[in-house]
Design a protein around this ligand. Structure first.
Ligand code: ZN
Ligand code: ZN
Ligand code: FE
Length: 762
């Protein structure tokens, strides 16, 4: 009998790679094994999870077959290797070996995860011991990246280290069948972090900080709220006076502010939302999704004065969920002044509490790593990432090239950095604009921290071609590494190809504000043949002078004058008088003088500047308080149904096709009867048709039929969707960003890929 039994027994070892640590994978394995009556064990290894199971052959097979379906929602299984091993006689129970994590587990580290349904139910259950406890979490949810001091991911190396678990929490933590088994941030109101309100009504501390915070918000106050990756500044989204106060204090007059809603039901009341958008909103990353305002919504118009959009998100931490259950919807914008890094600690709070916030809802679980909210816009089938940060970082992107570890330092604005290990690329959270020297220290600290956390010691350092970027200067200062300088638009297109796992020569359409060209000019509207190692410029937008240089970025009227002057000479002055009221007659004369002498008028092919100039000619170019504001207003004005376009020319200069929008600009300047909405749409359409034509010319010559679209201008989803559709109608394969942004936040990934490819060839 017993012999027969043994013959029927089987023991199998499974080696699993992927994101299987810190996500409740082993408890899930335990539950499955116990349910099937199998013995054996599971433990974490340096690269994933190992399992051995033993039992009747059919049960063992059932285990293997159903492992995937039983994995926790956050697990990502990359590979499973199964081998038969000798049966161990007498092995009767299934054990979970305690986690002494070690070695290379970075690839398995999950990002911060939004509160899960089970925890939310418990938190709002009056009978639960964690009723309204705002730090509830489990193996499926809770902070990760932002509370980790160092790897391995173990409570002692997180900011939860100072909280000693009470016996009840400890019992959950130790029990493999519990959904809080080894949930490192596990806590309850007895033993865990606490919330308090700072700067509320004078006197004793508020008995219920949430009640008092809600009362203050309802009476129009601005609060700093400590979340997962930093402090937010918040106020009621329906209170225009409060929103205006927040804008005035934060020195942010027009840039859109995100709004947090208590539930999907509430979002639907104020916004139009489709299924794809809902899936993103309710995903564990819980990003901000740019939605369209529902007519009749009472959300203050001033949250986004330039568009009809509402950047919406759901309460992703239990603390937000409790607050929003009392007062909602709330404006939630990063807790900083202007472009400084967001506050994460007491020092940062000091800078905003008082000058901006009336009080702060804070707590004593330290945020060790800053992580801004992620932002995505979805347009039909096109997902446009605007910022990839909380909820996604540090999950790696798999790239179609590998080699020695690389540090890519990114661009100047919207800086991120990228580290590679093998064929995995780790893109850092949003760091910010390095033009502001105060951010440079933060950049240095971020780079060091990210290298240490990811345990990557780069052998190659990649950076932009621009010699004056702070990130380039940093790259030059790193000792004992190979250096690779990567042209800005080459990096944009390489990033787009790489994240789509494509490694073939493509037509790259790079449209953005400024990129330092291989010839020292300011590029910004290039069509190139690109592979990872090199690029060749095949066509570009006509270059126009930028009177006064960089200042024209914030003064689109100047750019418009520069273009009109190039197209019609001194006649531009008369046109400016009529259409560019932002320029005084005196200013216009002075600028034309500069243009005539060609002094302080760098030439640029920038598509971003073209959009600015078109906006200026339609009266939308005043008061540019954030980069690209004029273009945002131009897009918002465009009549989506308009199909016509302006005439344009493709001329040859030095054997290279050049797209001239001169006739379009002249048409805008003499705008006859058609209104602003029609004109704005026709300008968009002109660019679409011109680019499609150029791509057709290139395909006819080269046979390339893959087009990659990148650069900050493609945050304009109207342009992106129209161009994509037109190219696809012409049977091109079109590659767009899905994970990293088309803006400069994606440049670091492209630099890394180019550096890897070049070094592979050596
Ligand atoms: Zn949970
Ligand atoms: Zn406890
Ligand atoms: Fe760029």
């Amino acid at each position: 009998m017993s012999r027969l039994n043994h013959e029927n027994q089987r023991r199998v070892r499974l080696t699993i790679k992927g994101r299987v640590q810190g996500v409740g994978f082993r408890p899930a394995v335990y539950r499955l094994a116990v349910r099937l009556g199998l013995s054996g064990f599971t433990r974490n290894t340096s690269s994933g999870v190992a399992i051995e199971i033993q039992g009747p052959r059919t049960k063992v097979n059932e285990f293997i077959a159903s492992l995937n379906a039983n994995a926790p929602r956050q697990a990502l299984i990359d590979s499973v290797v199964t081998v038969r091993v000798p049966v161990r006689i007498g092995d009767r129970i299934f054990r979970v070996a305690s986690s002494r994590r070690s070695g290379d587990i970075v690839a398995g580290m999950p990002p911060d995860l939004a509160i899960c349904d089970a925890c939310r139910r418990e938190m709002f259950d009056r009978c639960d011991r964690r009723y309204l406890y705002p730090f509830i979490n489990c193996t499926d949810c809770g902070p990760r990246f932002t509370i980790i001091r160092a790897l391995p991911y173990d409570r002692a190396l997180t900011s939860m280290e100072r909280f000693r678990m009470c016996p009840e929490c400890q019992a959950e933590f130790d029990s493999p069948s519990n959904r809080r088994f080894e949930a490192q941030p596990n806590a309850c109101s007895v033993c865990g972090p606490r919330v308090r309100l700072v700067g509320g009504r004078p006197g004793s501390p508020a008995a219920d900080p949430f009640a008092e915070a809600a009362a203050m918000l309802k009476s129009g106050a601005i609060l700093a709220v400590k979340g997962v990756g930093g402090f937010h500044l918040c106020c009621r989204a329906t209170d225009t006076a409060a929103v205006s106060r927040l804008r005035a204090r934060k020195l942010r007059p027009h840039k859109p502010l995100a709004v947090m809603f208590s539930s999907m039901t509430e979002i639907r009341r104020h916004c139009l939302v489709d299924q794809a958008e809902e899936e993103e909103l309710t995903s564990p990353a819980a990003p901000v999704i740019v939605l369209r305002r529902r007519p009749g919504s009472v959300i203050s118009k001033s949250i986004s004065p330039d568009t009809d959009d509402i950047g919406a998100f759901l309460p992703y931490s239990p603390l937000h969920a409790v607050l929003l259950s009392r007062v909602s919807p709330l404006v939630m914008t990063s807790g900083n002044r202007l472009d400084e890094p967001m506050a994460i600690d007491g020092r940062g709070l000091k800078a905003i509490l008082g000058p901006i916030a009336d009080a702060a809802l804070t707590h004593n679980r330290d945020i060790l790593r800053r992580c801004d909210d992620s932002v995505i816009k979805i347009s039909g089938k096109t997902r446009v990432p605007i910022r990839r940060s909380r909820g996604y970082v540090p999950a790696p992107l798999r790239i179609p090239v590998s080699g020695q570890p690389v540090l890519a330092c990114g661009a100047e604005l919207k800086n991120t950095v990228c580290l590679t290990r093998g064929d995995l690329a780790f893109v850092s959270p949003h760091i910010g604009d390095l033009e502001d020297p105060r951010n440079y220290d933060y950049f240095l600290a971020s780079v060091r921290d990210f290298m240490e956390l990811m345990d990557v010691r780069p052998r190659i350092v990649a950076c932009d071609l621009h010699p004056d970027y702070a990130s380039t200067r940093y790259a030059m200062s790193v000792p004992n590494v190979r250096r690779e300088m990567v042209q800005h638009h080459h990096a944009h297109i390489a990033a787009c190809l790489a994240e789509n796992n494509l490694r073939e020569r493509a037509i790259g359409v790079a449209l953005d504000g400024t990129g330092y060209g291989a010839d020292g000019h300011i590029w910004g509207g290039e069509i190139m043949a690109v592979d990872f190692e090199k690029f060749e410029r095949l066509a570009h937008f006509k270059e126009y002078p930028m009177p006064g240089g960089k200042e024209a970025i914030l003064k689109p009227d100047r750019m418009a004058l520069g273009i009109l002057f190039s197209e019609c000479g001194r006649e531009a002055l008369a046109l400016a008088r009529r259409h560019l009221p932002g320029l005084t007659a005196h200013e216009a004369e002075a600028l034309v003088g500069m243009l005539e002498r060609g002094c302080r008028c760098p030439m640029t092919s920038s598509a971003g500047r073209s959009f600015d100039a078109a906006a200026a000619l339609l009266g939308l170019g005043d008061d540019v308080s954030y980069e690209g504001r004029a273009a945002v207003r131009l897009q918002a004005a465009a009549d989506k149904a308009e199909r016509r376009h302006y005439p344009f020319e493709i001329v040859e200069e030095n054997g290279m096709p050049v797209i001239s929008l001169g006739r379009a600009f002249k048409a805008l300047a003499c705008r006859p009867s058609c209104g602003r909405n029609t004109a704005a749409a026709m300008f968009h359409n002109t660019i679409v048709v011109a680019l499609a034509e150029i791509c057709g010319m290139i395909r006819a010559k080269s046979g390339m039929d893959l087009v990659a679209l990148s650069g900050g201008v493609f945050q304009n989803d109207l342009l992106l969707v129209k161009l994509r559709a037109m190219l696809e109608r012409q049977k091109f394969r079109v590659c767009v960003h899905r994970h990293v942004p088309p803006n400069d936040g994606g440049v670091a990934l492209g630099q890394a890929v180019v550096a890897l490819a070049r070094n592979n060839r050596l």
